[in-house]
Design a protein around this ligand. Structure first.
Ligand code: URA
Length: 246
């Protein structure tokens, strides 16, 4: 359900302001009843009419988050026939959404899928500096000096990395867990950064993209984002945020 004026605007009836005027003027009906209050909400299953003419609002965008399991390729179609993240998306949405950015085949964790091209483009474009947070289990224990290298920027073959956040959060059994946050998204970047300091990654998991956190989602599970999560992502990349959150 969303506010009637927003739904009418999305259906191309006019600007939101113009649609508010239509409602006030008593020219809009929902399921046979004239609506004049601006707070009224309606959904895609309602019979919505303007001056008696039926309106067909397009469905809104779809936003899904997935906890990607290891072994799945982040693509819509793998020519080599390996399992892809699309196999985990509910069948009815498979042809509609695409993954935002990419996680390596062996990386797990938060992957966003949507049909909102503008939001996807902004989330992945480096100019928006959206922070991506990873838990990296690495071989051995990097001393503070090496973590400082990760923080200040490190030379990779495609150029130096921008400053990152890097913190040792656990150690034991010959390995350590690092929390690494980067605002870039170069190919295999976290793996290459850790390798460059001599502590190769054994397991890598993304736990956040900007304000969106993986939370309790279990491996392989897909969940629609809440309106609040969509609005937070929009805000993070400088897109207008709807005051009513719908
Ligand atoms: N960095 C990597 O090395 N791999 C990923 O999948 C994501 C970030």
């Amino acid at each position: 359900m969303e506010r009637l004026q927003k739904l009418l605007a999305r259906a191309g009836v006019g600007s939101r302001r113009a649609c508010e005027d239509l409602i006030r003027q008593g020219r809009v009906s929902v399921n046979g009843a004239t609506v004049t209050k601006l707070g009224a909400k309606a959904g895609p299953d309602d019979d919505i009419r303007v001056d008696g003419r039926r309106i067909d609002p397009p469905a809104g965008h779809v936003y899904l988050m997935l906890n990607k399991p290891p072994g799945y390729v982040t693509t819509r179609d793998d020519p080599r026939g390996r399992p892809t993240v699309m196999d985990l998306v509910p069948e009815g949405l498979r042809t509609r959404v695409f993954p935002v950015g990419r996680l390596d085949r062996h990386t797990t964790g938060l992957l966003l899928l949507t049909d909102d091209g503008e939001l996807a483009q902004r989330l992945t474009h480096p100019s928006h500096h959206v922070a991506k947070e990873y838990l990296a289990d690495v071989e051995g224990t990097p001393p503070e000096g090496k973590l400082r290298l990760l923080r200040s920027g490190i030379a990779l073959e495609d150029g130096p990395t921008q400053p990152a956040e890097a913190m040792l959060i656990a150690r034991g059994g010959g390995e350590s867990r690092l929390r690494v946050t980067i605002a870039e998204g170069r190919n295999r970047q976290v793996r290459r950064m850790c390798e460059a300091i001599g502590h190769p990654v054994r397991r890598l998991k993304r736990v956040a993209v900007g304000p969106l956190r993986l939370g309790e989602l279990s491996l392989g599970e897909v969940r629609p984002l809440t309106d609040g999560q969509v609005q937070a992502l929009r805000q993070a990349v400088g897109l207008p945020v709807d005051a009513d959150g719908s």
